[in-house]
Design a protein. Structure first.
Lengths: 397, 148
């Protein structure tokens, strides 16, 4: 099996598994308990917090553990919105291609609490500019939230520059770094980030645990009522094994970003070059400002789900932004946001590579995708219409 | 549990009757690229008393269940008299496939409608009168709303 869906989730690293198993075997204490066994758990928790902070360029007290990226996104946005509302500021800026954890939270604030939301248009390259943010900021803007790297097309936004704009205008800046953390260098202090969300399972940690970092002075609003865990910002007994797994995975990932980037970029570019040879297909998102392991293509005349099923038969795990894979009517909002027409967005393929990939794997994927696309086009009346000129092509050959 | 039944996967992996009939005397097409599925059915209907469908082919742009539904539907009508072909329902296609996930049932509807439109096209070509209300309208099918 070739697992090319690392943007969906990753295989846990040995270090993360060991950290979790050791914790489960040796310390099941509750960090809130007074006796020494509980306090030992507390020590492990605070040690993990410090290590996470060191990876992200923030202070340990600024790190709050959550159940994952979605919870962190929800909490960051709701916190900033309510802090703003108290000062009469009820305008939020985001982008059209955020993760649904962000978009649906914003929708809720709009519908239930009367917030105004500006979703910035995304350029066809899959990027937004600091200038767009600057222009959209108003006197009543309380939050700018822009994802660090897009989960489908992997484009990396100019986060430090957007952060500088926000700082200059006194507006809180949050970034959903779920796809970026552990894959590219992040430093909240140097990159002007006020709040940041991440999720452990995207960098070889366990599922069900994430982090919300919020700079000192931002009083996080607790979404869960209960005990005083996480300094009152997140009730519920801490998921200590998960948190230790997260810290181990993040440390390992952040410690090898440079070698990872070098290796993955070469493999990614080999894959892009190979898939680019398939006629009437195009890479989605900017080629340069993109996650080291992300490849996303649209192919005319075919539908993504059938492409995935046939790749699965060839032992390749991938994903698609086609409506059929999600069970919805519309294809990926990300592909639509960068201006891909519906008929092309249905024929998309995301391949997200992992560290264990080889050039042979990449070449096998290229050959397989080529074969499957050709086969499916051979039975597609849409493709026939394109080839005889009955419908116009979207892409150049 | 797998997304699809073994039957669906079999018809998806080894679709029956894929292709074009150059001298078809009935052709029906439903769906549109915006919705992500198009089915095209080609019929060769004999001039015998029963109007037997002696050959049928399909082309499909769509997901796994769209391809499997087309394949199964063509199998169900091949060699059948027109009177039987017209009684084909999407339910029969779904059942023959051992079921489809709820959000994929529209694929079997597309297959039924593509076949009906091909028969309608045959009637039009032959000048055979029919009750238009018993057939889907081509306008609905090609410019209509996406179904899920």
């Amino acid at each position: 099996m070739i697992y090319a869906d690392n943007a969906a989730t990753t295989r846990m690293s040995r270090a993360a598994i060991d950290a979790m198993v050791t914790c489960m075997n040796e310390n099941y204490g509750n960090p809130s308990s007074l006796y020494e066994y509980g306090q030992k758990a507390k020590e492990l928790l605070e040690d993990a917090r410090a290590r996470v902070a060191a990876c992200l360029g923030c202070q340990p007290a600024e790190v709050t553990f959550t159940s994952g990226g979605s919870e962190a996104d929800n909490q960051a946005i709701i916190t900033a919105a309510h802090l703003g509302a108290r000062k009469g500021k009820k305008h939020i800026i985001s982008t059209a291609f955020e993760h649904h954890a962000v978009l649906h939270t914003l929708d809720k604030l709009k519908k239930e609490e009367g917030f105004e939301v500006t979703l910035l248009d995304v350029h066809s390259s899959g990027l937004i500019t600091p200038g767009q943010v600057e222009e959209a900021i108003r006197d009543d803007t309380c939050l700018v939230t822009v994802m660090y790297a897009n989960n489908e097309i992997g484009t990396i936004q100019p986060i430090p520059e957007i952060g500088a704009v926000c700082r200059g205008r006194g507006v809180l800046f949050h970034t959903d770094a779920v796809q970026a953390a552990g894959h590219i260098h992040i430093n909240m202090t140097e990159q002007n980030i006020d709040m940041l969300s991440l999720s452990a399972h995207k960098f070889h940690g366990p599922k069900g645990v994430g982090v919300l970092c919020a700079k000192k002075g931002i009083r996080l609003e607790s979404l869960i009522s209960g005990g005083a865990q996480e300094r009152g910002k997140r009730a519920g007994t801490e998921n200590l094994p998960g948190i230790l797994g997260l810290a181990a995975a993040l440390e390992e990932a952040c410690g090898s970003i440079d070698t990872y980037t070098e290796k993955m970029t070469a493999l990614r570019d080999r894959l892009i070059d190979g898939l680019d040879r398939i006629p009437y297909g195009e890479l989605n998102g900017d080629r340069e400002h993109r996650l080291p392991g992300n490849v996303n293509f649209c192919f005319e005349g075919i539908e993504g789900e059938s492409l995935l099923l046939l790749l699965d038969d060839k032992g390749i795990c991938a994903s698609s932004g086609s409506a059929c894979t999600s069970g919805s009517l519309d294809p990926s909002h990300v592909l639509l946001a960068i201006g891909r027409p519906h008929e092309v967005a249905h024929g998309s393929l995301r391949l997200s590579l992992g560290e264990d990939f080889t050039e042979e794997d990449v070449d096998y994927i290229i050959k397989s995708v080529e074969d499957v696309v050709t086969y499916l086009r051979g039975m597609s009346p849409f493709w026939r219409d394109l080839t005889v000129g009955k419908r116009p092509h979207v892409f150049a050959e | 549990m797998a997304l699809y039944s073994e039957k669906v996967m079999d018809h998806f992996r080894n679709p029956r009757n894929v292709g074009v009939i150059e001298d078809a005397n009935g052709v029906g097409e439903v769906g549109n690229p915006v919705c992500g599925d198009i089915m095209k059915i080609y019929l060769k209907i004999d001039d015998d008393e029963a109007k037997t469908v002696s050959d049928v082919k399909f082309e499909t742009f769509g997901c796994g269940s769209a391809i499997a539904s087309s394949s199964m539907a063509t199998e169900l009508i091949k060699g059948r008299p027109l009177s039987e072909v017209l009684t084909l329902t999407n339910k029969a296609v779904t059942e023959a496939l051992d079921g489809l996930p709820a959000h994929k049932l529209h694929c079997s509807v597309l297959a039924e409608e593509a076949i009906k439109l091909a028969v309608k096209d045959y009637y039009d070509r032959m000048g055979i009168p029919y009750d238009a209300s018993e057939f889907p309208s081509e306008e609905d099918e090609q410019g209509g709303h996406c179904m899920a």
